[in-house]
Design a binder for this molecule. Structure first.
Ligand code: NIG
Ligand code: FE
Length: 414
């Protein structure tokens, strides 16, 4: 294994809370990555002491050093990288995407911008295109999205099924998703497919029975789109009970298109995250504040559907844990850019830049029940981003500018 020491970090966001700063911000810092994990974090002035633990060796002009000492299993070369005063943040954790699908719906987006409202039924168009696509076509598309995510600083991401809605088809989407992430969510309850239009109960039977069984080997999570035009509160209860009974972990799409019972149901069942939360009553906010459920906000959806942005400020001030995610999907948010989510959250949702970066990293990790990512404390996965900027504020201050300079995943450059 190699080790890499990043030095001369102008601003390091660790998300290890200290002195009332949830972002655990350090200035003039250094960070050692070893065996894929964060091995040491401290002042840049101590970086020399850390690198002196390693014996220096030079190959082809690259300054590398090899760790000394009989206690080492083998000789570990150390690469020292001076990041020139730039900011370093944890890799983004995108806890909500729908990346396995065929086709796109650019025509719907164009109509929406001209005033035609979004309706959940558009999902059925993508279902038809997805069913028609081969494994190789879906896989190539998915790998393209993964490259896109990495290039934009996302190092952990969730992927949902939900664009096939047959037993074999949903299992196929979950199997493909599992090739690129452990965070796979079964979303058979995305919309009732056309062939079950007159037999909704029959479709819920399928989702809670054979489809759940077929997808379960590939999935960690399950989800329900609880919304007008998708699944009713009564159906959501049935599906939640079945998913929990099958030992999958629950999360919900709720309160996206209007006020409703979704968030309250999510809190009642203790789901890890309720996602969207665009339309929240005071009771919804109070219920979330009294729970461990994360509110995952998806501002790409409001951007692309012209619904109003939810107030993250209202949630944070009430004590709710907020995450930001892209919801990358062809219908309501065809972007995988976490920097864009941060810019929108700061400009439109009342978050400070620090809160938005926390929500896009540590918040996403909470929403996925992960403690090894979303933070850069000693022992965390060495997943991080070197920004081409002196501070994380620039992510919102310079919207649309590619500020992700270097991405490390498990301690290695991506
Ligand atoms: O998160 N809300 C449900 N699912 C997606 C939309 C999917 C689609 O329109 O294709 C979402 O917004
Ligand atoms: Fe979604």
């Amino acid at each position: 294994m190699t080790a890499t020491l990043l030095t001369n970090i102008g601003e390091l966001t660790t998300n290890v809370a200290a002195d009332g700063d949830p972002c655990g911000t350090l200035h003039d810092a250094a960070l050692l990555m070893e065996d894929g994990r964060v091995a040491w974090v401290g002042p840049a002035s101590e970086a020399g002491d850390v690198s002196s633990r390693f014996a220096r060796s030079t190959t082809g002009g690259v300054t590398s050093v090899v760790e000394r000492g009989a206690q080492r299993r083998d000789e570990t070369p150390l690469e020292v990288v001076d990041v020139g005063g730039r900011a370093v943040i944890p890799g983004f954790v995108d806890s909500h995407t729908h990346l396995v699908f065929g086709g796109d719906r650019a025509d719907e987006f164009e109509s929406r911008m001209a005033g035609i409202p979004y309706v959940a039924g558009g999902i059925r168009r993508t279902v038809a295109a997805t069913r028609a696509a081969s494994d190789d076509e879906l896989r190539a598309r998915l790998l393209g999205f993964v490259a896109e995510l990495h290039a934009q600083g996302t190092t952990t991401f969730e992927v949902k099924t939900g664009y096939d809605l047959t037993v074999e088809g949903e299992a196929r989407l979950a199997r493909l998703a599992r090739e690129v992430t452990d965070e796979v969510t079964f979303l058979g309850a995305h919309v009732v497919p056309a062939e079950y239009a007159d037999d909704r109960d029959g479709y819920v039977d399928l989702v809670t029975g054979p489809m759940l069984e077929a997808v379960k080997p590939y999935a960690k999570w399950f989800d329900v789109f609880c919304e007008t035009g998708a699944f009713t509160p009564a159906e959501t209860h049935r599906i939640l009970l079945a998913g929990i009974g099958a030992d999958l972990l629950p999360r919900l799409h709720a309160n996206q298109l209007g006020y409703g019972e979704g968030v309250a149901i999510g809190v009642e069942y203790g789901v890890w995250s309720v996602d969207h939360c665009t339309y929240l009553s005071d009771d919804d906010v109070a219920a979330l504040a009294g729970s461990d459920t994360v509110a995952t906000l998806l501002p790409g959806v409001e951007f692309s559907t012209k619904h109003p942005y939810p107030s993250a400020r209202r949630l944070i001030d009430a004590g709710v844990t907020v995450a930001l995610a892209s919801d990358c999907n062809p219908g309501t948010s065809f972007t995988s850019s976490m920097p864009l989510m941060i810019a929108l959250a700061v400009r439109e949702m009342g978050m400070t830049p620090g809160e938005a970066v926390w929500a896009a990293t540590a918040g996403g990790a909470r929403a996925l029940n992960r403690t090894d990512v979303g933070q850069l404390g000693v022992g965390a996965r060495a997943d991080l981003v070197v920004l081409d900027a002196p501070t994380r504020v620039h992510l919102a201050y310079r919207p649309g500018v590619p500020l992700v300079r270097d991405v490390f995943k498990d301690g290695a450059p991506v």
